[in-house]
Design a protein around this ligand. Sequence first.
Ligand SMILES: [Mn+2]
Length: 319
Amino acid sequence: MESITLEQAAEYLREHDKYLILMHKSPDGDAVGSGYALCMALRNMGKRADTLCGDIIPPMYGYFTDMVQNEGFEPECIVSVDLATTNLLSGKALEYKDRIDLCIDHHGSNTGFAKYGFVDGRISSCAEIIKYLFDTMKIEITKNIADALFTGICTDTGCFKYSSVSPQTHIAAADLMEKGADSGYICHAMFDNKSKSKILLEKMVLDTLEFYGGECIAFVVITKAMMDESGAMECETDGIASIPRQIEGVKIGVTMKEKENGEYRFSVRTSDEIDASVICSRFGGGGHKAAAGCSIHSTFRDAKEKMIAACIEILEDRK
Ligand SMILES: [Mn+2]
């Protein structure tokens, strides 16, 4: 992948047409916000643009996604947003995995799968990068675009709490508010509002809470049976990963989720001094310093033991 500047990315977008914007599976607020904001901005420039995600876009983002319908043309340029690796594509988006032209991302672990890429692991969210891209391009930020980008920034920063938040992040968010982003609604809808099924799921998950490594590791499990019993949607499990890390004294919070065919998906959240992406990269995963993920294909017991051993080892290494 050839690394390019924001100016070069801007030039690329100005010079081409017929864009298809790819988003990762189990799309979060940053993927959806970045993808839809870019799609809307390109259309406002008179370009053709569609978005593609292999999974359903959660309805909670409807306040900025509902007004964007795909046109369904043959794309000429494939762009990915918030995508660290093509392993995170699903469904129809997988068809484009080997022909991505432009990648815009904020994962330091980005595998460099595209022809051109702007990747900056220091920036809070892909949406924050897209905001700077639009500033570079002097694109008018409409209310819908502002809502989409604000959503990406606020969800990827845990409502402006993570260490990835810089003064520039707040300045970008403030500018988006001035352009019409409904900060109060978005923060409330993303963080303070849960369905009954999600709360029921959280109740069951908390019942599985266990501690390891002298109470420095908190471990919870989400089984398929819990998903069925609570009626929670896949996208409603997103916030659960942050719960074990919230416990006082816990340095590593691990959420183990049962998937299909002996796959167990782990979400790891860590406090400042421990790098979650180091733990997850051992099992072929990756992510950020404070939040990362990976999958282990094995039995429940073996997968759990392997993960706990890796966490204990990284804790020991620090001593
Ligand atoms: Mn992101």
